[in-house]
Structure formats: structure tokens, C-alpha cells
Design a protein around this ligand. Structure first.
Ligand code: PBG
Length: 342
């Protein structure tokens, strides 16, 4: 049966456009806002003295320790106060058990000490996983028959996390997807007096094609096989909730969905099921798609990048890992100063 009041209301009274009539009104009605304080900048480093452009990731750089410090200073001035570090380890230091990952004199601990000394107010996050250190290019230890050994890997990850905590990391971020690693790392940290070190768990990390450029940047692609026995099947959403339950029970402080753009539904699902902050990682392939289109003149770089980040935030991510953090922060500041939402 026809509802006259409702239909009439919709036809003649409801005019959603009134809430869009000026930049100021749009600002009043805006439901989500991007803020540089929500961005985490991933940074690549190497043991060399020069800063080198990364071929597989145009616009990104492999930093020396000096360059790293300058880049963090630049990010900080733009309001980006959180970074995560990824090392490119020379082949000579890679091994099947990734032992270099727990070397207190290694590249990551040196970088953490340096950054925390220079910028105590910056949040320094470290990646917990074996792939940059593994001669097999896997996040875990590989058995003779090709299987990835779960519990043996978790034991090494705990030592890696402890090494990063000793250097002064504020947040350790296991990205390896082994079962039980969050609880084991929490116990290891607490047992060593690092109760204040946070764990950001890569909770729903999918076996994604969009990590390709990152693996090029670190020379960390698997030598054989793929990561499908530990990273999640892109077809699955319920399974992300199962991973969430485990990570929450094991003591994660922040949970992550990765990649971000193709998995907005997963961000939204987790948002409805946890009170923990949610992080999303706009990964190297997502960055590269935007850059490729912008560099070809096919998309407007600024508006496409900001819209992609806003979509991730609107879906429910509190914080976003993005290679565009500095540019986005600068654009947001410009827009604020101009009072525009162009
Ligand atoms: C590995 C790790 C990867 C990324 C972050 N940590 C790659 C992988 O799992 O193979 C990808 C990030 C990106 O693509 O930007 N521990």
C-alpha cells in the first residue's frame, strides 16, 4: 500500500542537497576527517651511506641512517609522528633461520636507537617477521620439505621482538601470520620488563598480489612457493573475525587489516566486532596503482590519493599506513588553511 506521507515527504520535503550547499555547511555535516596524526609512514632502510631511489617503488627511497633521520624530521614537521621500519638486509647476512633479526647491533636496532634519541615524541614501530632476513624469502622458517614451521618460527619472532624492544621500539608489529605469535610475544615482552611496549598485530593479512613492489624494495620475495599457507585467502571474510578473536585473546593492542583498499568490507567487519583501534595498510601495490595513474595523467594525484585514504578511514580504520603520508599531510594542511574541501 502506498504511504502518502512518506512518499510526499521524500518527493517534496527531503532535500539532502541542503546539507551540501557550501563548503562551510559540508564541513559541519562531514562524518569523517583525515588527520596527519592518523598516518603511519613506512620507511625502508639499508646499511649503505647513500640514500637510493627504489626502482620498484617510484617516489620511495631506501634510506641511510642519516637520511632516515632527516626524513623523520620532515614527516614530523608535517604532523606525521609515527613510522614503521623495514630493512634491506644484504644477502651475506641472510640465513635459513633469519638469525640476523635478533642482532642487537643490526640495522633496525641501530635505527630505532637513533630515532628515539633524536625524536622521543615520535612513535617508532618495528616489523616482526623473518622475510628480510630469510635466505628463503619467507616470513617463517622453512623445513626441508618446504613447509613453514609455525612454533619454531614463533620462538625466533619472540627473540626478534625482544631485540627491538631493547633498542627502544614503542610498538612491535608482527606481520608474519604464524599462529599464536601475539600471545607468545606478549609473554616474552612482559617477562623481560617491557610491559609498555605495544603489539600491533597484522590480524587479517591476506596473501595479496599487491605486495609485489615491496618485495622488490627489500629483495625479499619467496625463493620458492608462495605465502598462502600462512597469509589469508583473499576470498575469506569470516576468517578475519576468527583471527581477530585470537589476537584479542592473546593481548593485541591494535589490530590490522592489510591490504586496505580491496578489503574495506573486512575493515568494516572488524570495526563492528572489537573496541580495539584498527589499523589499515595501504600497501605498495595500492600506492603504485595511484602513482602510475597519476604519473600518466589519468587521475588527479592529490584528489585520488586523499579519496582513497578517506575511504579507508570511513570504512573504520583509525590509523592508516601509507607511503603517501607526507604528501597527504601537506595537502590536508593546505586545504585546512584555505578552508576548502576541493
Ligand atoms: C612481510 C611484509 C610484507 C609487507 C609488509 N611486511 C610483504 C609480504 O608479506 O610479503 C608488504 C607491505 C607492502 O606491500 O607495502 N613481513
Amino acid at each position: 500500500m502506498r504511504n502518502d506521507v512518506e512518499e510526499d515527504g521524500l518527493r517534496s520535503r527531503a532535500r539532502p542537497r541542503r546539507n551540501r550547499k557550501s563548503a562551510a555547511v559540508r564541513e559541519l555535516c562531514r562524518e569523517t576527517r583525515l588527520d596527519p596524526g592518523r598516518f603511519v609512514l613506512p620507511l625502508f632502510l639499508h646499511e649503505e651511506a647513500a640514500d637510493t631511489p627504489i626502482e620498484s617503488l617510484p617516489g620511495c627511497t631506501r634510506w641511510s641512517l642519516d637520511g632516515l633521520e632527516r626524513e623523520v624530521e620532515r614527516a614530523r614537521r608535517l604532523g606525521v609522528r609515527s613510522v614503521v621500519l623495514f630493512p634491506k638486509v644484504p644477502d651475506a647476512k641472510k640465513s635459513s633461520d633469519g638469525a640476523e633479526c635478533k642482532n642487537d647491533d643490526g640495522l633496525v636496532p641501530a635505527a630505532v636507537r637513533r630515532l628515539k634519541a633524536a625524536f622521543p615524541d615520535v612513535t617508532v614501530m618495528t616489523d616482526v617477521a623473518l622475510d628480510p632476513y630469510s635466505s628463503d624469502g619467507h616470513d617463517g622458517i622453512v623445513a626441508a620439505d618446504g613447509r613453514i614451521l609455525n612454533d619454531e618460527t614463533v620462538a625466533v619472532l619472540c627473540e626478534q621482538a625482544l631485540c627491538q624492544a631493547r633498542a627502544g621500539a614503542d610498538v612491535v608489529a608482527p606481520s608474519d601470520m604464524m599462529d599464536g605469535r601475539v600471545g607468545a610475544i606478549r609473554d616474552a615482552l612482559d617477562g623481560a620488563g617491557f610491559q609498555e611496549v605495544s603489539i600491533l598485530a597484522y590480524t587479517a593479512k591476506y596473501a595479496s598480489a599487491f605486495y609485489g613492489p615491496f618485495r622488490g624494495a627489500l629483495d625479499s620475495a619467496p625463493k620458492s612457493g608462495d605465502k598462502k599457507t600462512y597469509q589469508m585467502d583473499p576470498a575469506n571474510g569470516r576468517e578475519a573475525e576468527r583471527e581477530l578473536e585470537a589476537d584479542v585473546a592473546e593481548g593485541a593492542d591494535i589490530v590490522m587489516v592489510k591490504p586496505a583498499g580491496p578489503y574495506l568490507d573486512v575493515i568494516h567487519r572488524l570495526r563492528a566486532r572489537t573496541h580495539l583501534p584498527i589499523a589499515a595498510y595501504q600497501v605498495s601495490g595500492e600506492y603504485l596503482m595511484l602513482e602510475a595513474a597519476a604519473r600518466s595523467g589519468w587521475l588527479d594525484r592529490r584528489s585520488a590519493v586523499l579519496e582513497s585514504l578517506l575511504g579507508i578511514h570511513r570504512a573504520g580504520a583509525d590509523m592508516i599506513f601509507t607511503y603517501h603520508a607526507c604528501e597527504a599531510a601537506a595537502w590536508i594542511a593546505e586545504d585546512r588553511a584555505a578552508g576548502s574541501d576541493a
